[in-house]
Ligand binder design. Sequence first.
Ligand code: AMP
Length: 424
Amino acid sequence: MSGIQAVRGMNDLLPGERVRLWHRVESAIRELTSLYGYQEMRTPVLERTELFKRSIGEQTDIVEKEMYTFTDTGGDSLTLRPEATASCVRAGIQHGLFHNQQTRLWYMGPMFRHERPQKGRYRQFHQFGAEAFGWDGPDVDAELIIMSSQLWALLGIERITLELNSIGSPAARAEYRERLVGYFGERKAELDDDSQRRLGSNPLRILDSKNPEMKTIIEEAPQLADYLDDESKTHFDGVKERLNRAGIDFRINQRLVRGLDYYTRTVFEWTTDLLGAQSAVCGGGRYDLLVEQLGGKPTPATGYAIGLERLIELVSLQGGGEEEGATDIYLALLGETAELEGVAIAHQLRTEGYSVVANCGGGNLKKQMKRADRSGASMALIVGDDEINAGTVVIKPLRGVGTQVTVERDSIQSSISGFLVEEN
Ligand code: AMP
């Protein structure tokens, strides 16, 4: 019988450099959110299926074909969350977070979509997202966009472009939608199967089509910008003005409508040419209708989500990679007494704040030094029974300069910190 493999499109993250990159990105996110005064929120990965049907919309790819949905033993239809905005809104309504207050939130965690797995597209992937509830002006849209751009700066990412659009008010969209149905309806024979289906259900999504054969007909389609209502135009100008003042470059992309139904006015996407076909790293926008749609009081809202796998790939490609291993010391122990006393030495060092990997499973000096090298530690402490008797330890730097020295056990700490300073 062959071994059991991971579910297709779901990745193991093995120990090593990649995990350190994840840690780096996660700490940058924590730093970023605290710089901007956003507060973390954690919600369950399982929600009632209804939540996503009502928020994302029945006529979307996600709800139509990408959700992991099942009926539990109690007969409830549950879904592994494909995104977390709906969960934030659900939790916010449930716990009264939007009542007469304005709230800045962020979340991070796994999402699940049954898409065709390929590089940069997985069935379990992770998103960091930020959401602001209770403000309807362009200031908070700009704040969120500037905040996302600061994450690129914190991580040393440069090759990334901001695309911006406004999809207007629901009324303006309805008018545009009608116009679009008329236009595509006249040229129905030129539409591919997906687009023909969307014509009846969600015609704006035809503009999202990635099929090259659809390019011309989409290019020639009426433009949403011509249907924008005055308030949305003013709002959009306000966003652009603030981005200009903050020195954030952007490109207006009239075709940017975003796949999800709940957006209004500002929509944006950060893309890069470094990741091949999966070029979108971050997507976001305003969704003033969602809270009400899910049963809350009308609450304006805006936010974004960043795909962490793609972001991490980008960090590794832009040379932000190699970080030192976190281990300070490998403790080599030779002889029975040293092995016993080693537990006390390691414990004391860790209490003082050093990270220590203690040798387990015996082995001669050569073997233990090989393990020490592989551990990524900055130095080895070597303790044999002779050293125990003499009350000393041997310190051997493993990287950089410095030679092996023997020091009194009582002065280990000062000698070690001397080595760590030299290293840096
Ligand atoms: P969305 O929720 O579809 O707006 O996606 C926001 C971001 O999440 C995208 O820009 C991607 O970076 C990331 N993302 C979406 N779907 C996937 C996926 N299947 N695999 C990896 N990343 C994804």
